[in-house]
Design a protein around this ligand. Structure first.
Ligand SMILES: Nc1nc2c(ncn2[C@@H]2O[C@H](COP(=O)(O)OP(=O)(O)OP(=O)(O)O)[C@@H](O)[C@H]2O)c(=O)[nH]1
Ligand SMILES: [Mg+2]
Length: 450
């Protein structure tokens, strides 16, 4: 079976403007759905026990494929041409034939050269880790922004690989990379089309991101904000639902949430904050995706507090925490106040064994499923905000119901006493509001703690 053209069938001439469908480039060759898949992985020193292969299996399953088998090879480097060693590649071919598999998925990103040479030897489609993730993202993108982000990531990933997609047009004797063949011309045309589309997408996304940034900033001025971050499938959306009562998409799949959703969350004491749920992270997340999802992560970038959710029942929970912290560092968020939320405690058999996950981090144990620990989490978030705000005693006419309501909404009320015509409220309040309050006639403010 000759290698089939992969991505190019669906590249259309670029169209600009709002009316254009968002995902114009949906590489059909990336489709995994219903395919019987054989996984292949070099076990590099960063992953000696092959846990990323388990993860790859989850990814392939999430993309709708059926994993029929896996083949691994321990080595401290990836073969520059064949990914696994030459001998292993022969075994892979035999296994693929024996198992009647038509798609092989590699656990690292393949260079165009590697992908092409494996496809040639195996005479079947080969995808890599990034391509599987991109396929899942393409399936799950809902908003215009995330669709454009996925399309951009796909195009940027495909661009240097165009050559591989046109191998089938090159003459028998032309050889790989022969100049001037029909494939070569087509590649040039495609590349120009892609470049134009990439430029347009970037411009559109910049515009969306700028608008979104303004919205997020405006909200952040008005309210304190909290962002859920964490590994994919850790239970972020479940937790957001628990905390805010919102009905969010929850699924035992990777990357079910791609868009940010923000809801209000009322902390004990009445302080209303905004809580956002967003895309999850993964080990070896393609850097194109991180770059294009930057805007989706703008809530996290502006958040006053991060809740880093981890599936504490997962055998690789510690690696997940590390991977998330790496991504946060890349986003410049390492120093942001964060609470580590150990979720799925209902499934943890040996809670003592979790201690290694904490390090010096502040942590709370919860179960979004049973509700265990949710109050403690809310109390921890409240403490976070209270500790950073002045604690004041505000005295004003009891008839001023609006002021009392505002203090409850924006502050964290510790005590409230009605005395005749006056009311006295002890409250943690942010400095901006405090300054405004001090200027209000009829209101007296005493600072109990700076
Ligand atoms: N046992 C148990 N399962 C949970 C808990 N929290 C979430 N889950 C399950 O874990 C799976 C993933 O939950 P989600 O809330 O979708 O996770 P997420 O972090 O939003 O995942 P993505 O958006 O895909 O990155 C679902 O099957 C949930 O039902 C929990 O506390 N205990
Ligand atoms: Mg989610």
């Amino acid at each position: 079976m000759p290698s089939t053209p992969r991505d190019t069938d669906n590249i259309k001439a670029p169209r600009r403007g709002r009316g254009a469908p968002s995902v114009e480039f949906q590489p059909s060759g990336l489709r995994i759905e219903h395919e019987r898949v054989l996984l292949v992985s070099v076990l590099t020193p960063d992953d000696p026990d092959g846990s990323t292969v388990d993860e790859l299996e989850d990814l392939v399953r999430t993309a709708g494929g059926k994993v029929i088998g896996r083949m691994t090879q321990g080595s401290d480097r990836l073969h520059p041409v064949t990914y696994v060693g030459k001998g292993k590649l022969g075994e892979l071919k035999a296994a693929a034939e024996e198992l009647a598999v038509h798609l092989v998925v590699a656990n690292h990103d393949l260079s165009p050269k590697q992908a092409r040479s494996i496809e040639k030897t195996l005479e079947m489609r080969v995808l890599d880790r990034s391509e599987v993730i991109l396929d899942i993202f393409a399936r799950n993108a809902r908003s215009r922004q995330s669709k454009l982000q996925v399309e951009l990531a796909q195009l940027e990933y495909a661009r240097p690989r165009l050559k591989r997609l046109w191998t089938h047009l090159e003459g028998q004797d032309g050889g790989i990379g022969a100049r001037g063949g029909p494939g070569e011309k087509q590649i040039e045309i495609d590349r120009r089309i892609l470049d134009r589309r990439i430029r347009d997408l970037r411009a559109d996304l910049r515009e969306i991101a700028a608008r979104k940034d303004r919205e997020v900033e405006a909200r952040a001025r008005e309210f304190d904000t909290v962002a859920l971050v964490g590994y994919t499938n850790a239970g972020k959306s479940s937790l957001a639902g628990r905390l805010t009562g919102a009905d969010l998409l929850i699924a035992d799949r990777l990357f079910s949430t791609l868009d940010t959703r923000t809801r209000s969350w009322v902390l004990p004491g009445g302080h209303k904050v905004l809580l956002s749920d967003s895309v999850g992270f993964l080990r070896r997340l393609p850097h194109h995706l991180i770059a294009s999802f930057h805007a989706t992560l703008s809530e996290a970038a502006h958040a006053d507090l991060l809740l880093h959710v981890v599936d504490a029942s997962h055998p690789q929970a510690d690696r997940h925490v590390e991977a998330v912290e790496e991504v946060l560092a890349r986003l410049g968020l390492s120093e942001r106040p964060a609470i580590l939320v150990l979720n799925k405690m209902d499934r943890v058999r040996d809670p003592l064994a979790l201690t290694h996950l904490f390090g010096a981090r502040e942590s709370v144990r919860v179960s979004a499923r049973t509700g265990e620990g949710i109050e403690e989490l809310a109390a921890a978030a409240r403490r976070h905000f209270d500790l950073r705000r002045p604690f004041v005693r505000v005295t004003f006419p009891a008839a001023d119901g609006r002021l009392a309501a505002a203090l409850h909404r924006h502050g964290s009320v510790a005590g409230e006493i009605y005395e005749g015509e006056r009311v006295q409220i002890d409250v943690y309040l942010d400095r901006d509001r405090l300054a405004r309050l001090e200027r209000e006639p009829g209101v007296s403010v005493e600072i109990l703690r700076e």
